[in-house]
Design a binder for this molecule. Structure first.
Ligand code: ADP
Ligand code: ADP
Length: 233
């Protein structure tokens, strides 16, 4: 019941003549329902790792498996579909589409899901509405991102990440640009999702207090991923 896995993962950015590996030979396995925090100094490679795990970038070496599928074996289209079906992404900066309303932004992943030719627009809309209500945005369905506060945008981004009921949510500082209270709300929302639906979470964070609430805390340091024990977090 592994939902997300990497083996021997390595990444080197080709940048001029300077080619320093961000990391080499990383292994990670995330089981269904498991919550994992990734800590590490700025520049340690946390975002790089998350991008590779999410199939948003191609590793220099090694393999990523999403829901048991080897990402490198898939066509771009199949990879995109699998990503949209199995994973949800929440970034520090929300990446909502500015021309669309909150409701439309949250519906979009459903409409892009190749499986669900059966899911009608009405069903997608209903699910998006339910989720926006769950994150406390029932009164903001028709607002565009520019008309929402920072916290509201982030909650909308969480709703969008969850709309296809992904097996795993990947968060890159998902609460990083929020005030403490809003950050706590968004974080609790993700924990509730884990509790109620068994969604796995892999969250990059600087916040050790939040990290402590997850099942495992890993630190990325000098290209190695090390599990911290409770006393170290
Ligand atoms: P973190 O998320 O831990 O702050 P990143 O994964 O963003 O770290 O970056 C890890 C290293 O890779 C840094 O040295 C960074 O400068 C470099 N890096 C990140 N993205 C790129 C890129 N697109 N091109 C070249 N170097 C990059
Ligand atoms: P916060 O304190 O969370 O940053 P804001 O002060 O930015 O919140 O916004 C307060 C409320 O006003 C929010 O509910 C937001 O939806 C609404 N709002 C903010 N900007 C606009 C706008 N340009 N048009 C419509 N509603 C807005």
């Amino acid at each position: 019941d592994v939902v997300l896995q990497c083996q021997g993962l390595a990444m080197t950015y080709a940048e001029g003549k300077l080619r320093t590996p961000v990391f080499q030979d990383l292994d990670l396995s995330v089981r269904k329902g498991e919550t994992v925090a990734i800590l590490g100094a700025s520049g340690a490679g946390k975002s790089t790792l998350l991008h590779l795990l999410g199939g948003l970038d191609t590793p220099t070496a090694g393999e990523v498996y999403v829901a048991g599928e080897r990402m490198s074996a898939l066509s771009d289209r199949a990879r995109g579909l699998l990503r949209n079906q199995a994973l949800g992404f929440v970034y520090q900066f929300h990446h909502l589409l500015p021309e669309f309303t909150a409701l439309e932004n949250v519906m979009l992943p459903v409409l892009l899901d190749g499986r669900s030719r059966s899911a009608t627009t009405a069903q997608a809309k209903q699910r998006a509405r339910d989720l926006l209500e769950a994150v406390g945005l029932g009164h903001r369905l028709d607002h565009k991102p520019g008309e929402l506060s920072g916290g509201e945008r982030q909650r909308a981004a969480v709703a969008r990440a969850l709309v296809n009921r992904p097996a795993c949510v990947l968060g890159d500082e998902p609460t990083g640009n929020l005030d403490e209270k809003t950050a706590a709300t968004v974080f609790e929302l993700m924990l509730a999702l884990n509790r109620d639906q068994g969604t796995s979470l892999v969250l990059v964070t600087h916040d050790r207090r939040l990290a402590r609430r997850l099942d495992r805390v890993l630190e990325l340091h000098e290209g190695k991923l090390r599990q911290l024990d409770a006393a170290e977090v």
